[in-house]
Design a protein. Structure first.
Length: 201
């Protein structure tokens, strides 16, 4: 059984990768999170792109633990804001991870933007770094638009404001399985599957 570290303490992210591996029939890989390994210094996310941040996190984890490490960096790109908040998504309002404040600020910034110009996409870059070996970086995108008010109490982050293309409900109204099937991180993780499966050897 090969252990693979996911550089996260978010149980939802760990379980998402476990579900995707199980659905793809990938056996022989045990997914562990940051709480399962000795603590190490995690570098701040200072990259200009999702890919740079994901790769830096995966390199840190692989170097510190000697395990293959998967890391992701994700966020929301809004067309009317020239692709912002982007890599600043989690701290858009100035406080890291304050979902309500981030959502309120975004709605305020888009207050007078008409429906047809409220296009957006969730983006996830996922990196896999194997100690002394290959580095793989992939990207997943989930297109949609920004609603005029938050709806739904599932998910996290900007999910209550995000209406996926072709859908009528927000990302916060989807079941975990529905979100896995469509989401940016789900798409990126599936792109990474062949590289992860190769570790099971």
């Amino acid at each position: 059984m090969s252990r693979v570290l996911v550089a996260s303490r978010n149980a939802k992210k760990l379980n998402e990768l476990r579900r995707i591996l199980a659905e793809a029939g990938v056996a022989g890989v045990e997914i562990v999170g940051l709480d399962d390994v000795p603590p190490y210094d995690e570098a701040p996310e200072t990259g200009a792109t999702f890919e740079e941040n994901a790769l830096a996190k995966a390199r840190d984890g692989a170097a510190a633990t000697g395990l293959p490490c998967v890391a992701d960096d994700s966020g929301l790109e809004v067309d009317a804001l020239n692709g912002m908040p982007g890599v600043l998504s989690a701290r858009w309002s100035g406080r890291h991870g304050d979902d309500a404040a981030n959502n309120a600020l975004l709605l305020g910034q888009l207050g007078d933007v008409p429906d047809e110009r409220r296009g957006a996409r969730f983006v996830s870059a996922c990196a896999l770094v194997v100690p002394g070996g290959a580095e793989t970086v992939v990207r997943g995108e989930w297109p949609g638009s920004i609603a005029r008010k938050p709806v739904g109490d599932g998910g996290f982050g900007y999910d209550p404001l995000f209406i996926p293309d072709g859908g009528e409900v927000s990302a916060a109204q989807l079941t975990p399985a529905e979100k896995d099937a469509a989401s940016h991180r789900g798409r990126a993780l599936r792109e990474l599957l062949p590289a992860i499966a190769a570790l099971a050897g």
